[in-house]
Ligand binder design. Structure first.
Ligand SMILES: CC(C)(COP(=O)(O)OP(=O)(O)OC[C@H]1O[C@@H](n2cnc3c(N)ncnc32)[C@H](O)[C@@H]1OP(=O)(O)O)[C@@H](O)C(=O)NCCC(=O)NCCS
Length: 246
């Protein structure tokens, strides 16, 4: 018998075990899960005492976002993902997520009316070394998310032309391209600052394909028809949808 309940900090080790078992960054701590516990709702599916799945939900501005959904590989395909989303999602509301390429994920999200909007590959990218960026004090996302970028990930906020990015040594965690800026010059600047990094970029982003990169895997942004989604021509996000509406 599967039960779904709200998760707490004590569930983080089991959530990581399942996340790693599905092939995601084995052994790597993911501070995002604690961030969802702080800023949204995380549920676990439990069979007896055993955690067999977890899923996260956050409101980003007015939009329901499924932020995570993972089921122990030994227990997939028997309705656990469906049970967790049934717990989390109010019926009839707009919702979006970044879906993996698992066909079960696409079936699951379609059941809630989400359809593919744009493919968002993860890229390992290298710039040409033009790091013409400036420090920026702020980054325009909900204030509840700032401690995640700054405290958990140690991001710096930088500006190139009028565009902004939240950057670590290893990744462009998110960026906001300002209309009118030269997208290719902006991304060469961000990448030049950070060296070889990972970022996730919608295929419709104007800088997509403009730098040397290797695709590691890809998500698909899926949303219900009237959901307010982040503009994939302006925004990059490393697995997290932080800036809906920009
Ligand atoms: C994606 C995932 C969360 C779905 O959870 P789940 O418990 O396995 O899924 P469910 O059993 O609730 O089934 C979900 C849908 O997939 C369908 N499905 C089940 N087995 C399937 C299979 N082998 N191939 C294709 N679809 C399948 C189900 O019929 C259901 O669709 P329906 O509602 O139209 O009937 C889970 O499989 C998983 O953790 N996958 C690996 C990690 C991952 O990619 N997570 C998604 C991150 S966005």
């Amino acid at each position: 018998m599967i039960e779904v309940r709200l998760a707490g900090a004590g569930d983080l080790p089991e959530m990581h075990r399942i996340w790693w078992a599905t092939g995601s960054s084995p052994g790597k701590h993911n501070p995002w899960f604690a961030h969802v516990l702080r800023t949204g709702r995380m549920v676990v599916a439990v069979e007896g005492e055993q955690v067999v799945g977890f899923a996260g939900h956050r409101m980003v501005w007015q939009t329901n976002v499924i932020s995570d959904c993972f089921v122990d590989p030994a227990c997939q395909g028997v309705g656990i993902g469906t049970a967790m989303l049934t717990f989390l999602l109010p019926p009839g509301e707009e919702v979006m997520t970044l879906a993996s390429d698992d066909p079960k994920a696409h079936s699951l999200y379609r059941r809630w009316g989400m359809r593919p909007v744009v493919d968002c590959p993860y890229l390992q990218a290298t710039g040409r070394g033009d790091g013409m960026t400036h420090e920026n004090d702020t980054y325009p996302i909900p204030s509840a998310d700032l401690p995640h970028l700054q405290g958990d990930l140690g991001c710096q906020f930088v500006r190139a032309q009028d565009s902004l990015a939240a950057i670590t040594e290893h990744s462009i965690e998110s960026s906001l391209l300002t209309p009118g800026d030269d997208p290719i010059a902006v991304f060469q600047a961000f990448l030049g600052r950070a060296g070889t990094v990972e970022l996730q970029m919608g295929e419709s982003h104007p800088a997509f394909g403009s730098f040397e990169c290797m695709e590691t895997f890809r998500d698909t942004l899926m949303a219900t028809p009237d959901a307010q989604i982040p503009d994939p021509r302006r925004i990059t996000y490393n697995g997290d949808l932080l800036a809906v509406g920009y």
